[in-house]
Design a protein around this ligand. Structure first.
Ligand code: CA
Length: 224
């Protein structure tokens, strides 16, 4: 999953980015409100972690402008403004959840999973397509009930496909979910991960649409 982290405090921003990468997310970090707005207008993320007290433009203004454009990307507000009024304003402005600094990483990770599940309209943490199941909380994958060991990047590709069974994801869309800015990208990386996944999950689990992309499940069942 690809996250945008908006945080002007250098120490919090850097350490949170590293911790989230360790947890398996592709993370891009911007440090002011204007950069957040232009990034959100031009790139697609699965979730935004948004500080409110930001230079250039307040986080609340960024959030309102994003929603006004019709962008429904889930947003979790990260802030030190722990007053009822601030929480209510944030939620009214279109935030999906709210976490007050300082917080524990485990709590943030649980909230990220909950928001992504709600966005996908699912209450369960387990995705199932054919004989393959994937638990987004424990990152456990099984084939016909037997655990399958995947690398972090193989998992990320599989999760992206299984979150939308039937939808065709292009190589570029899959790359977006794997890499944050500044990370080295091998041109054939997605081909390699798909090949590994097929080796572990069966040749027929991931389908190729030549020149378009990949999907799992029944074609056209999901929405792109
Ligand atoms: Ca701040």
């Amino acid at each position: 999953m690809r996250l945008l982290l908006v945080e002007d405090d250098r120490m919090i921003g850097d350490s949170l980015r590293n911790a989230l990468r360790q947890a398996g997310f592709a993370v891009d970090l911007v440090r002011d409100g204007r950069a957040a707005e232009s990034t959100l207008a031009s790139e697609r993320f699965d979730l935004v972690l948004l500080d409110l007290g930001l230079p250039q433009r307040d986080g609340m203004d960024v959030l309102r402008a994003t929603r006004a454009r019709g962008d429904r990307t889930p947003v979790i507000v990260l802030t030190a403004r722990d007053t009822l009024t601030a929480r209510v304003r944030g939620l009214d402005a279109g935030a999906d959840d709210y976490i007050v600094k300082p917080f524990e990483l485990d709590e943030l990770l649980a909230r990220i999973r909950a928001v992504v599940r709600r966005q996908a309209g699912r209450a369960e943490t387990t995705l199932a397509v054919g004989e393959v199941t994937l638990d987004t909380a424990t990152r456990q994958v099984t084939l016909a009930g037997a655990p399958v060991a995947l690398s972090a990047r193989e998992y990320a590709v599989l999760e992206a496909l299984m979150l939308r069974p039937g939808a065709i994801l292009s190589r570029a869309q899959l790359e977006d979910r794997l890499y944050g800015w500044g990370e080295e990208l091998e041109s054939n990386a997605i081909t390699v991960y798909v090949h590994q996944l097929r080796r572990k999950l069966g040749e027929r689990f991931i389908h190729t649409v030549r020149g378009v992309g990949y999907y799992v499940g029944v074609p056209g069942a999901g929405s792109a």
